[in-house]
Write a protein that binds this ligand. Structure first.
Ligand SMILES: Cc1ncc(COP(=O)(O)O)c(C=O)c1O
Length: 408
């Protein structure tokens, strides 16, 4: 086989000619920023996720940031998340002014340790932010029960916080678009789920994200308060402007107010246009991702290889990335393995470097306090996983790994 055919990039977005035509149609329509196509995408997302509220934004980061802002979480408050995440989850907490509380992963897991999270709750805790790493469902049920147990000590600072009456579960579902939680596409026990449509995500708008939720107090929450919360998110996403740009453009409708000093986090119609067709064929894309995972599981045997999606039960992950672990490997051996894969044309990666290993977090958090995350990180390598991977490329990855670890 031609060596060039065996190059395996780490990721490739799934964009077809129909997607390109939709973007071009938007470019030709005379309206390219937030407008009817974003609304159409939001409606399609609500249907797909089976939730009543979806707000599209320019990233998952913006989604998490604005939910914290809209809930009025800030200085004097505390927010708990995991060390095993991308910096976005922690940065938005720091931006809000709340104290960032990082907890370890459960032993042998990529996910937040629910017991450690529960132990970190204080009367100042306003949010728990689990992360559905790789699309694997974090234990929101346990976290929700722990948050519920805080009701007596919870001190709300506005009507939204009064409505929840406890710390909220703000799920970083950046990886988890399409994951199933006990048969549902949005975890029941998460108050807010925030998705990413970044270029490497399963479904992409190049840059983009969405906040999805059912209600501040679950199903049947007070409708006006719900509508007010959504309006606040939208205001925060557009400088607090009372009318969006499209509404402001219609004849005779120029006047508007700036109600609050908001941010600039809106999604454009061009971005939404890229994703509408992807959503229509998403089931097939998930099936292909699952098939590739099955091949990795079959070709790379235990006990050397530890696979991420074995035994997840009825909660199906979105198969966003393939975080393989190598039993007994440390950081040095893992890095050497990535170099050997690179020499064979295979781009692998590491997800994630725990936050305390980064300059921005090192002074405040010590990796020694997060032994599980350290252990997981040291032996982890992320394999290529995307629908456009060919069977030959998958076989090449499997053969290469088997050779490198001395199985063949
Ligand atoms: C776990 C996690 N959370 C949040 C984000 C941020 O997503 P976005 O780039 O859409 O802001 C990422 C991005 O990769 C991520 O991996």
């Amino acid at each position: 086989m031609n060596r060039a055919n065996l190059e395996v990039p780490f990721n490739r977005p799934d964009v077809d000619e129909a997607d390109i035509a939709r973007v071009v149609a938007t470019l030709r329509s005379g309206w390219i920023t937030t407008g009817p196509v974003v609304r159409e995408f939001e409606t399609a997302l609500k249907r797909y996720l089976a939730v009543s509220r979806v707000v599209c934004l320019n990233s998952a980061t913006a989604g998490m940031e604005l939910v914290l802002r809209a809930l009025g979480i800030g200085p004097g408050d505390e927010v708990i998340t995991t060390v095993y995440t991308y910096a976005a989850t922690a940065n938005v907490v720091r931006h809000s002014g709340a104290r960032l509380v990082l907890v370890d992963t459960a032993p042998g897991s990529f996910l937040i340790d629910p017991q450690a999270a529960a132990a970190a709750l204080t009367p100042r805790t306003k949010a728990l932010m689990p992360v559905d790493f790789a699309g694997l469902p974090a234990d929101c049920t346990h976290l929700r029960a722990a948050a519920d147990a805080c009701r007596a000590d919870f001190v709300p600072s506005n009507a939204f916080q009064e409505a929840t009456g406890r710390p909220v579960i703000l799920l970083d579902a950046a990886h988890a678009f399409g994951s199933l939680y006990a048969g549902e596409r949005v975890a029941r026990d998460a108050d807010f789920s925030v998705y990413s449509f970044h270029a490497v995500k399963n479904l992409t708008t190049a840059e983009g994200g969405a906040v999805a939720w059912r209600g501040l107090t679950g199903e049947g929450s007070e409708v006006e308060l719900e509508a007010e919360f959504e309006r606040r998110l939208r205001l925060l996403a557009l400088h607090g402007q009372s009318k969006d740009a499209l509404a402001k453009m219609s004849a005779g409708s120029w006047e508007y107010d700036i109600e609050i000093s908001g941010y600039k986090h809106n999604m454009t119609d061009m971005q939404a246009a890229l994703a509408i067709g992807q959503l229509e064929r998403y089931a097939a894309q998930l099936a292909r991702r699952r098939e590739i995972c099955r091949r990795y599981e079959e070709g790379l045997p235990e006990p050397v290889f530890v696979h991420p999606f074995v035994g997840v039960g009825e909660d199906l992950p979105s198969f966003h990335i393939y975080p393989l672990r190598l039993r007994g490997f440390d950081e040095t051996r893992r890095n050497a393995l990535i170099a050997s894969l690179a020499a064979r044309g295979i781009a692998a990666n590491v997800h994630f470097k725990p936050l305390p290993l980064f300059t921005a977090f090192r002074d405040e958090f010590d990796i020694k306090n997060y032994p599980n995350a350290w252990e997981t990180y040291s032996s982890e390598v992320t394999l290529p996983l995307y629908p456009a991977l060919t069977d030959e490329q998958v076989e090449h990855v499997i053969r290469s790994l088997r050779t490198i670890v001395g199985l063949d």
